[in-house]
Design a protein around this ligand. Structure first.
Ligand SMILES: *[C@@H]1O[C@H](CO)[C@@H](O)[C@H](O)[C@H]1NC(C)=O
Ligand SMILES: *[C@@H]1O[C@H](CO)[C@@H](O)[C@H](O)[C@H]1NC(C)=O
Ligand SMILES: *[C@@H]1O[C@H](CO)[C@@H](O)[C@H](O)[C@H]1NC(C)=O
Ligand SMILES: *[C@@H]1O[C@H](CO)[C@@H](O)[C@H](O)[C@H]1NC(C)=O
Ligand SMILES: *[C@@H]1O[C@H](CO)[C@@H](O)[C@H](O)[C@H]1NC(C)=O
Ligand SMILES: *[C@@H]1O[C@H](CO)[C@@H](O)[C@H](O)[C@H]1NC(C)=O
Ligand SMILES: *[C@@H]1O[C@H](CO)[C@@H](O)[C@H](O)[C@H]1NC(C)=O
Length: 531
């Protein structure tokens, strides 16, 4: 019987290879693709093939039903159908060298990292860069983890009630914490509202809305590589031995290390960059993130001074002079937000506040090479009392946020170990953050949305939860993991990479002497690493 099933799968695979390429029609919508328990690739979005893979909601209790996970594939320039697949594991931030910051408009909501990202979006936007990063001989595969984007089970905490969602956003996202005496309390107490809505949505119409944890997503990835092997049907590489080749940044490193810890003998290649502290992630205790943030900001005055007055609009006679003026502007706007009338027709009326400036800085510091010149311009204009550039670029943090996937994943993951549950804990967390970073310590905590987890009550079976620490100690990983990063990473410091490397004997840390979130290796180096 088993053999029969396998044969059917193989036949389906061959049939698809003949048909899908020759005459199935191009789709431009994942909903047009039938979800199935085997992998079938349908030509999609002009340059890609897509698949919706049906996976069990709970691998240890298949009677609960299934979810469908969206995958998208792009063939490298010199890849064939048999070439190795290389999975882009989603983290919230886009991949290196993307043009975003320079072209960003107000509408582009950004988050500080963490779950909720889609590598399908990234693949569509940045496919042309992948060849130079990893080599042209791979098939690049992107996916939306369960609970995100095009993959189920999706939870809409406000159940289409956009009014309620907006009202919550206004009440909760009040800006930098502790700018007013009340903001600390406002953010802590309003977080309760969010959990009530999410719990209610789960109770009424999305019973498995919390079944979106990272260990389950890691298990989905294993199912994917097995499904690929089934489709290929090669006797020398049976599904039970199929391995994951992948690259993950930021939260993608949590999926990657979780996968390696759960399935150590199924690691083909893993390159993990901008590494997160996985213990802190699962405890909802994002603490080490900002230990190098101020060091990253300190590069702005140094580089601006070195660039000279013609090339840096905020230039000053010494780096210290630039730092002092920068800090002075940040301090001044606290008590004196700057009104922008918009009468000249260049922008809409708005008030540039301390929180806006902090958010702008926090968002920009991920990509200093692109953002420093823009930051210099904004500071130069603020120094003259002109805030229109700031108002133009920044929308109040999360005011338009309408996606729960990322929050629900981090809260479900930490539902048994959440360290951020009390007012005292929140206060200490802010104090710790502020003493680590004067630039983003008071914006990062609310921006990271970890406080929202305090009121979410996810009741999940053991199979959904991480069991014990994430580690490769005592269970050798089948190929050493490569952890990469920059010496000065404003949000994922090198100390995280070293810590995670110590958990995976044989792994290596490769640091680039550079500032910014994520590694930007020269092409030839990247090729060398990955071949
Ligand atoms: C698909 O291919 C088959 C066999 O080559 C052919 O008979 C059929 O007409 C094609 N269908 C379409 C929709 O082109
Ligand atoms: C599987 O889930 C069903 C429905 O919730 C439950 O009744 C059953 O006890 C579960 N089985 C196991 C083995 O956990
Ligand atoms: C493409 O692959 C072939 C066979 O592996 C190789 O000989 C060729 O140099 C590759 N071309 C490029 C542009 O990488
Ligand atoms: C929200 O609206 C969409 C589209 O109209 C619908 O498919 C979905 O079922 C609704 N969700 C809830 C929870 O009512
Ligand atoms: C920075 O340098 C300028 C030009 O010499 C000077 O006018 C200004 O007072 C200095 N500002 C600070 C804060 O040191
Ligand atoms: C304010 O800055 C904007 C650029 O953001 C510029 O277009 C405008 O001319 C400036 N206004 C004044 C009064 O300098
Ligand atoms: C909030 O600000 C006040 C006054 O500046 C300060 O005393 C207090 O420690 C701050 N609280 C936190 C949690 O940072």
């Amino acid at each position: 019987m088993k053999q029969f099933a396998t044969t059917l799968v193989l036949l389906a695979g061959f049939a698809c290879r003949a048909d899908c390429r020759d005459n199935s029609s191009m789709v431009h919508d994942f909903d047009a693709i039938k979800s199935s328990a085997e992998l079938t690739w349908t030509p999609c979005f002009d340059d890609f093939t897509c698949s919706r893979l049906q996976v069990p909601l709970d691998y240890s209790n298949q009677s609960l039903g299934t979810a469908s996970i969206a995958f998208m594939k792009w063939a490298g320039k010199n890849a064939t159908a048999d070439s190795q697949s290389f999975v882009i594991i989603p983290g919230k931030r886009p991949p290196p060298n993307h043009p975003d910051f320079t072209h960003k408009t107000k509408a582009d909501a950004t988050t500080p990292g963490g779950p909720g990202g889609s590598s399908i979006d990234q693949l569509q936007a940045y496919k042309d860069r992948l060849g130079s990063m990893f080599g042209d001989t791979y098939n690049f595969v992107a996916f939306d983890p369960r609970g995100v984007g095009r993959s189920g089970p999706r939870l809409d905490c406000f159940r289409n009630n956009t009014q309620a969602r907006k009202a919550f956003n206004r009440a909760h996202y009040t800006g930098a914490t502790n700018t007013s005496a009340a903001s600390l309390e406002e953010q802590y107490y309003s977080a309760a509202i969010y959990g009530e809505w999410c719990d209610e949505a789960v109770k009424t119409d999305s019973p498995y809305g919390y079944y979106v944890t990272t260990p389950a997503a890691a298990r989905d990835l294993l199912r994917f590589v097995e499904a690929e092997a089934e489709l290929a049907g090669r006797s020398d590489s049976p599904p039970s031995q199929a391995k994951l080749w992948g690259f993950g940044q930021s939260y993608g490193t949590v999926i990657g290390t979780t996968f390696a810890s759960m399935f150590p003998d199924r690691v083909g290649r893993l390159v993990l960059e901008s590494v997160m502290d996985v213990d802190q992630y699962y405890a909802n205790d994002w603490r080490s993130n900002f230990v190098n943030s101020d060091e990253a900001f300190a590069q702005l005055p140094l580089l601006c001074h070195a660039a000279g007055p013609d090339r840096c609009s905020f230039w000053g006679p010494t780096p210290e002079n630039i730092t002092a003026r920068m800090d002075g502007i940040i301090e001044r706007i606290k008590g004196h937000p700057v009104p922008v009338s918009g009468i000249d027709g260049r922008s809409l009326p708005g008030l540039a506040t301390y929180s806006d400036l902090k958010y702008f800085l926090a968002d920009g510091i991920y990509e200093p090479l692109k953002s420093f010149p823009i930051m210099a311009d904004v500071f130069a204009q603020l120094e003259k009392g002109n805030a229109s550039a700031l108002v133009d670029r920044v929308e109040r943090m999360y005011l338009g946020a309408d996606d729960d996937g990322g929050v629900v994943i981090r809260c479900a993951d930490s539902s048994r170990a959440n360290k951020l549950t009390t007012m005292e804990g929140w206060k200490h967390y802010i104090q710790d953050a502020v003493s680590s970073s004067k630039y983003i310590g008071d914006i990062f905590p609310v921006w990271a949305r970890t406080i929202l987890c305090r009121s979410i009550h996810a009741q999940l079976p053991d199979s959904m939860m991480i069991q014990g620490p994430v580690t490769g100690i005592g269970k050798p990983v089948s190929f050493p993991i490569l952890f990469t990063g920059n010496t000065i990473d404003p949000v994922a410091p090198a100390v995280n990479a070293r810590k995670m490397s110590s958990r995976f004997p044989g792994s290596v840390v490769l640091l680039q002497e550079a500032v910014g979130a994520g590694f930007r290796p020269p092409t030839s180096l990247a090729r060398g690493i990955c071949s």
